[in-house]
Design a protein around this ligand. Structure first.
Ligand code: AMP
Ligand code: GLY
Length: 428
């Protein structure tokens, strides 16, 4: 069969890698793709938001299945458009993708259905938000309700910072219309864990846990980013945590969406915080995480195309997911300056070192071919250097070793990805 993947990041590279393993797939296309994706798929120069062009392409090439990796097209209703055109597509419809696209919606859903999360208030005008903040406990968290590349969250230590934050989000519109509505939320402390799942509208199957590292600098300092590296599984996601989430969070979320007339089919990514009062939902995403996909998919043993189809057809209850016991670690090689400002267009060398090594993978996030046919940097996050190993310790050692194989000007990485995981593993 022929599969079309939509997106251009490390997540889509990991998706193409997983789809390429399927015995059922003869040909993969990716729109728009990137230099690394071209190893698995024919890249097509159509943007992820160009729905009409994507539909024409899918019809012209008789695509059997389209897989949407990114949040923006999902929130924009790409799945509804493909379905209207009679095409098979994996991902939530617009009315379900709102689970990620509106934090105001997801917070209200959690409140209504008693799903554990931080307490919050929603505001659509800056003056009421500022008034509310004057009596609020600090630190406090401000969130642009809409999509903001994972960056629309401000953690404010003082009232002054919080008031500035409201101006930044609602008046200066730092994240555009995403900040028209803001959520002001109680600050929680604890360890964060990401959990990816497949959902078919009724049934939910948990893939595996992963541990992201969102801050730009070592020791979780610096600005929040899309993710600087991660590993799977997380030693902090214990059996007890899993049992709690199965009972209070996962199925309850799926049932809540169904009860609201918004059945969710696709991937739900639960951003959890393990607080002293138990696990709470920080956020939902309506798609695979990036870089979570880079560490979860290499561990998955199922034919991913079977699972995509089961989600579409509502037969996920027939499938048991299987993951290898290996650990997987991904270190992001970024352009120095990310997530604020950075230069692009530098040639990348050393990529050939990954050839023929199935336990070392180099997923491309922001790369492209320049006119001379060289692979050059083309984004803030450039590569996800990933390794599998029998333990977190081994996978981490291998991933960092492989980070030295690759070079480009302004290469930047954190040096402590999976360090806490390695320590937790040793202490078990
Ligand atoms: P979100 O996009 O909602 O996951 O937020 C991005 C990051 O901000 C999270 O991964 C957390 O590190 C942090 N964060 C979000 N909400 C809270 C909260 N209520 N308390 C503490 N930290 C938070
Ligand atoms: N790694 C977090 C995300 O994909 O949003």
């Amino acid at each position: 069969m022929k599969v079309l993947v939509i997106g251009s990041g490390g997540r889509e590279n990991a998706l193409c890698y997983a789809i390429a393993k399927s015995k059922r797939v003869d040909k993969i296309f990716c729109a728009p793709g990137n230099a690394g994706i071209s190893k698995y798929a024919e890249c097509v120069p159509i943007g992820a938001m160009e729905f009409d062009k994507l539909i024409s392409f899918a019809k012209e090439k008789s695509i059997d299945l389209t897989v949407v990796g990114m949040d923006d097209p999902l929130a924009g209703g790409i799945v509804d458009e493909f379905e209207k055109a009679g095409l098979r597509v994996f991902g939530p419809r617009k009315n379900a993708a709102i689970l990620e696209a509106s934090k105001a919606f997801s917070k209200d859903l959690m409140k209504k259905y008693d799903i554990p999360t931080a307490s919050y208030e929603t505001f659509t005008d800056a003056s009421s938000a500022c008034e509310y903040l004057k009596n609020a406990k600090m630190p406090i968290v401000l969130k642009a309700s809409g999509l903001a590349l994972g960056k629309g969250v401000l953690i404010c230590e003082t009232l002054e910072e919080a008031l500035d934050g409201v101006h930044e989000l609602m008046e200066d519109k730092k994240f555009g219309d995403a900040g028209n509505t803001i959520v002001i939320e109680e600050f929680m402390t604890g360890r964060e864990v990401s959990v990816l799942s497949f959902v078919d509208g009724d049934t939910i199957r948990i893939m595996s846990s992963a541990q992201d590292h969102k801050r730009a600098k070592d020791n979780d300092e610096g600005l929040n980013t899309g993710g600087m590296g991660n590993y799977s599984p997380s030693p902090f996601y214990t059996k007890e945590v899993d049992e709690f989430c199965q009972e209070h969070i996962y199925q309850r979320t799926v049932d809540a969406m169904k009860a609201e007339g918004r059945p969710f089919k696709g991937v739900i990514f639960f951003g959890l915080m393990l607080t002293e009062d138990g696990p709470k939902v920080l956020e939902y995403n309506a798609r695979f995480g990036d870089p979570e996909a880079q560490v979860v998919l290499p561990r998955m043993k199922n034919d991913i195309v079977d699972v995509f189809e089961a989600c579409i057809d509502g037969t996920l209850s027939d499938i048991e997911l299987e993951f290898s016991d290996e650990a997987c670690v991904c270190v992001i090689l970024a352009s120095d300056g990310y997530p604020v400002s950075y230069e692009k267009g530098f040639p990348i060398c050393g990529l050939d070192r990954f050839e023929g090594k199935s336990d070392y993978l180099c997923f491309h996030s922001g790369t492209k071919f320049n006119d001379a046919g060289e692979i050059v940097t083309n984004g803030g996050r450039v590569l996800g250097v990933t390794a599998l190993g029998s333990s977190i310790r081994e996978a981490r050692k291998k991933a960092y070793e492989a980070c030295d194989w690759v070079n480009f000007q302004n290469k930047y990485m954190r040096s402590d990805i999976a360090k806490a995981g390695e320590e937790a593993e040793l202490n078990r």
